[in-house]
Design a protein around this ligand. Structure first.
Ligand code: URA
Length: 200
C-alpha cells in the first residue's frame, strides 16, 4: 500500500471512531493534508472555525501566514504534510485537554509512522510537548533537536504557533527568523535520502 493509501485508510478509521472526544461539537474531521512522501511534517494545535468548516488544516488567517512564510524559504504547502495534535475543533477554540491529546495522539502517532518524516516542525507548545518535555517554547524555538521516537530518528524544530505570531510582534519576528533556519536543517537531514534516491 502506498503512503497515500495508508493515510486514506487511517482517515476512514478516524471518521468512524465515535469515541473521539471532540467529534460531537465539530463539523468536519481535519485529518491533515499535503504530500505523504514529504520528509517534512508540520504539526499544529487544532482546527479553528475555517478549518472545521472546510475539513482542511491551516486554511484561515494562521494558515495564510504559514503559506506566506513557507514561500519565503522557497517551499510550498504541497511540498510538506500538515496536521494537528487534535483533529476536531475544540469548543470556542480552547486549548486541547490532556485526555483529548491522548485520544487523538493515537492517530497522530500512526500518521507520523506512515509518513516517516525526517524533520518535524512543531507549531505551538502543545505540538512541541508531544516530543520535548520540560522545555519552554520561548527558549527552544528555532533550535533543532534530534530525538529517537518510536524507532524513527527525527529532527524536531519547535516554532511559535502562527496564530500567536499574528497577535504578538516579537513572536512574529521570531517566527519569520526561525523559518529562515529551516532550509539548512532540511538540507542537512534529508541529504542521505536524496543520495539514496539518486542511486536508484
Ligand atoms: N491552528 C492550528 O493549530 N491548526 C489549524 O489547522 C488551524 C489553526
Amino acid at each position: 500500500m502506498s503512503k497515500r493509501e495508508e493515510l486514506t485508510k487511517l482517515r476512514e478509521e478516524m471518521l468512524k471512531d465515535d469515541l473521539l472526544p471532540l467529534k460531537n461539537g465539530a463539523t468536519n474531521l481535519v485529518f491533515g493534508n499535503g504530500t505523504p512522501n514529504s520528509k517534512i511534517l508540520f504539526i499544529g494545535e487544532g482546527p479553528g472555525f475555517n478549518e472545521d468548516q472546510q475539513g482542511l488544516p491551516f486554511v484561515g488567517a494562521a494558515g495564510k501566514l504559514l503559506d506566506k512564510t513557507l514561500e519565503s524559504i522557497g517551499l510550498h504547502r504541497k511540498d510538506v504534510f500538515v496536521t494537528n495534535v487534535v483533529h476536531h475543533r475544540p469548543p470556542e477554540n480552547r486549548d486541547p485537554l490532556p485526555e483529548e491529546l491522548g485520544a487523538y495522539g493515537k492517530y497522530l502517532d500512526k500518521i507520523i509512522e506512515i509518513i516517516k518524516p525526517k524533520v518535524i516542525v512543531t507549531l505551538g507548545r502543545f505540538s512541541m510537548g508531544k516530543f520535548l518535555s520540560e522545555v519552554k517554547i520561548s527558549t527552544v524555538h528555532g533550535k533543532e533537536k534530534r530525538i529517537k521516537w518510536h524507532n524513527l530518528n527525527l529532527v524536531v524544530v519547535p516554532m511559535y504557533h502562527p496564530a500567536a505570531a499574528l497577535r504578538n510582534g516579537n513572536m512574529m519576528t521570531s517566527f519569520k527568523e526561525d523559518f529562515l533556519k529551516l532550509p539548512k536543517i532540511i538540507e542537512e537531514n534529508t541529504k542521505e535520502e536524496m543520495k539514496q534516491d539518486s542511486l536508484i
